[in-house]
Design a protein around this ligand. Sequence first.
Ligand SMILES: NC(=O)c1ccc[n+]([C@@H]2O[C@H](COP(=O)([O-])OP(=O)(O)OC[C@H]3O[C@@H](n4cnc5c(N)ncnc54)[C@H](O)[C@@H]3O)[C@@H](O)[C@H]2O)c1
Length: 250
Amino acid sequence: MKDSGFFSLENQVAVVTGAGQGLGEGIARRLHSAGARVAVLDLDIERARNIAQAIEGVAIQVDVSSQPSVEQAHAQVQEQLGDITILVNNAGITGRTVPTWELTEKDFDDVYAVNLKGVFLVCRAVIGSMLTMGYGRIVNVASIAGKEGNPTLAPYSSTKAGVIAFTKSLAKEVADKGDITVNSISPAVVRTPLLETVAQKTIDYMISRIPMGRTGKIEEVAALVHYLVSQEASFTTGQCYDISGGRATY
Ligand SMILES: NC(=O)c1ccc[n+]([C@@H]2O[C@H](COP(=O)([O-])OP(=O)(O)OC[C@H]3O[C@@H](n4cnc5c(N)ncnc54)[C@H](O)[C@@H]3O)[C@@H](O)[C@H]2O)c1
């Protein structure tokens, strides 16, 4: 059912990376329900197809850590849906949950390539047409780990801190170039398939730090993203929005 009321996204073209499952799927579904035409981008094309079919969107394979792949996916979205007005950089991986002294260089490089370089590559691909249009909404999915630093998740936490700072830099660069906003969000732990790759001890630690004493819901995160990508959210940029059940202290 489409909702064309406040925060309508009618006539908008949205790209959500990592939208084949979890938070990205929930965000893609929410933006579609608000009227946007959605490109479901994922490394796993089968997952992307399933979701795209359910929301009358288009499925496009991408590896956000690869420049040629990002450029190709961007061209496909433009060809199939037109200029992108909404970008949600959601694709991310945790890497191995081990102490820093057990990490290899490859462990670090792999997480960096997807979580931080990937956000840069996709933003760079899309921002040009947003500058030409003088309109755009970008939301980068960071994490509470990027503010606090979770033990056994050093690559993940530090790349998410990077996403928060990258967001602030880009936001300032485009702040006076039309109605273009760039924000990040920092969810605490949310029940998604991502958690299957995280040690239970680490998950228990994360929940124990949340004053509400529970995990977040995908729908709660999707609702926040919906607001941030709406036309109404036009005086908010360079911010990191907390969605952590009270865990964040700043
Ligand atoms: N789940 C949580 O508790 C939580 C908390 C804070 C932040 N986040 C962040 O939210 C985002 C989504 O998390 P999730 O829990 O839904 O994860 P998930 O693992 O359930 O889904 C991630 C999706 O991204 C895709 N993906 C992975 N690497 C990719 C790549 N290189 N290119 C394109 N797609 C790729 C996967 O195929 C998958 O479909 C991530 O950035 C994550 O760090 C999650």
